[in-house]
Design a protein around this ligand. Structure first.
Ligand SMILES: Cc1cc2nc3c(=O)[nH]c(=O)nc-3n(C[C@H](O)[C@H](O)[C@H](O)COP(=O)(O)OP(=O)(O)OC[C@H]3O[C@@H](n4cnc5c(N)ncnc54)[C@H](O)[C@@H]3O)c2cc1C
Length: 476
């Protein structure tokens, strides 16, 4: 919090430049929740699970930075990530572990960057150590803004809009243009500006091909926030929006100087396109995401069951079917997580990497599951999602009416409204709508995620088996 206070990052919300995100009504409670995640690492009861001893300083550092060398390392990381995910019921999608595991994977695979320039491997290793030792909070931006997708479909970035290298100097590269969409950006210490994986491997793509990281208060860098979803309401009224606003921001680079020691890739579209898969960063990120999916599915199932219990609808077969669908979703996520860990193997960089297929299946299917579980909450709750007067109404002259007429089978009126306001914040509010959109897109366009799964999946052995089956038919 102190770091954010002292850092003059250029954050804009509407027409206002926010000077202190830890004090601003739209962001301060979200900042406090992120600070809480860090504090959890220091709680005596969690410290051993959530931290490990740094191999360089001997200090305790966050376990999400560990380079896993064994299955036990991976499972310990998983437990650490689950503590963070359960704190928000999975609603802080961009808890810092998401990018910590990505940076770890890139540092473990630092030789990959040598192919572009031998200095870049050291840059990545040094940056990883720098971030780990300070437990810095990272945001990232990968994608060029929508301008003309007819051009980007063929691999051309939108040339006058997309962030690009405009010149090189003795000190570094100079970046101009825009990127989307830095979730947690205004609450972060540093930003990783990494390649989107859709660049055409041709000379005109070179200025758009880069990977680097810089402090969020680097001169010329602007964070332009969407509308805030923390309206300053009480926790009773707005149980999620009042706590877990992680904010998303468009990034503008106004001739931003990136020092050479922070450049990881430059002018090589081929390597940029390979980066996430070749270093296995994408698999470690999937690991974090599936842990979050488990926590989020648990949370929605818990809310759905409480609603059924509250209004006494637990006898209806279609209610069983809907709850069973949520159970299936949760158990499938847990199975994918367990399979990803059980089939983990040491990768070519010497790190223990979860198996990609089960985690990739989970990231492909969860966007649909999540939207459906939100729909199930609406279907189970119906008008209950609108019978949610604010907390203040209970202490007003109509309070006795509310206490009398808003009771349900198994809860008094206040308890009922408190529960249904939570369901509303998941299923109806702007905060809830953004969560659905987040799940649909944060890991990339679902259509292209499916193409990635198509690309990596070993189909050959299955095709061979069917060919053998066809051949055998004639012998039988
Ligand atoms: C809430 C939220 C948070 C996010 N946080 C981050 C973040 O922290 N960091 C970050 O870098 N990004 C973030 N993103 C951005 C995310 O990575 C992108 O939304 C995602 O990659 C899709 O890109 P796009 O939004 O530009 O959509 P587009 O690529 O423009 O897609 C729009 C539509 O056009 C179709 N389409 C476009 N081009 C093609 C094509 N070539 N082939 C097939 N179909 C195509 C898509 O299928 C889709 O239906 C976030 C997004 C959201 C919604």
């Amino acid at each position: 919090m102190q770091g954010l206070k002292e850092r003059p990052t250029e954050v804009w919300l509407g027409s206002e430049r926010i000077r202190d995100v830890t004090a601003h009504p739209a962001l301060r409670r979200g900042a406090r929740s992120i600070a809480h995640l860090y504090d959890m690492q220091h709680a005596p009861s969690l410290r051993d699970e959530m931290t490990y001893v740094s191999p360089t300083s001997g200090e305790r550092v966050g376990r999400s930075f560990i380079t896993p060398r064994s299955l036990d390392d991976l499972q310990q990381r998983s437990r650490m990530m689950m503590h963070w995910a359960r704190y928000s019921g999975g609603m802080i999608g961009r808890a810092p572990d998401y990018l910590n595991v990505s940076l770890m994977a890139m540092a473990a695979a630092a030789d990959f960057f040598t192919q572009n320039d031998p200095r870049f491997a050291d840059n990545v290793r040094n940056y990883y150590t720098y971030v780990r030792e300070r437990d810095l909070c990272l945001t990232h931006t990968l994608v060029n803004p929508q301008a003309n997708r007819a051009l980007t479909a063929s691999g051309h970035p939108s040339a006058e809009i997309a962030a690009r290298i405009v010149r090189e100097t003795d000190s570094g590269v100079v970046i101009r243009g825009a990127r989307i969409l830095a979730t947690l950006g205004p609450l972060s210490d540093e930003i990783m500006v990494f390649p989107s994986t859709v660049l055409k491997a041709a000379a005109d793509a070179a200025p758009f091909a880069f990977a680097f990281a810089i402090p969020c208060d680097t001169p010329g860098l602007k964070f332009i926030c969407r509308e805030g979803f923390d309206y300053g309401h009480s926790r009773f009224d707005h149980p999620l929006g009042s706590r877990f606003e992680e904010m998303d921001a468009v990034m503008i680079f106004d001739d931003v100087l990136v020092p050479w020691e922070r450049v990881f890739l430059k002018a090589d579209a081929f390597l940029c396109n390979q980066l996430f898969a070749a270093t296995n960063a994408v698999v470690h990120m999937m690991h974090q995401v599936v842990v979050k999916n488990v926590a989020k599915a648990e949370f929605l199932l818990g809310v759905a069951c409480l609603i059924v219990d509250a209004i006494g609808s637990g006898e209806f077969p279609h209610v069983h079917e809907k709850i069973a669908e949520c159970i299936v979703n949760l158990e499938l996520m847990k199975a994918c997580l367990r399979a990803g860990e059980a089939d983990a193997a040491i990768d070519r960089w010497g790190a223990m990497c979860p198996a990609r297929p089960p985690l990739d299946v989970a990231r492909n299917v969860f966007p649909k599951m999540y939207a459906r579980m939100v729909e199930i909450l609406q279907l189970l709750s119906s008008s209950g999602l609108m019978m949610i007067p604010p907390q203040t109404a209970f202490d007003s002259p109509i309070g006795p009416d509310l206490e009398r007429y808003l009771v349900v089978a198994n809860l008094n009126a206040r308890e009922r409204v408190k529960l249904f306001r939570l369901a509303w914040d998941i299923a109806c509010s702007a905060f809830g709508g953004r969560q659905v959109l987040y799940e649909r897109f944060f890991f990339g366009d679902p259509v292209r995620m499916a193409s990635a799964l198509y690309g990596i999946y070993d189909k050959q052995s299955l095709m061979d088996r069917v060919r053998q089956f066809l051949a055998r038919e004639e012998e039988d």
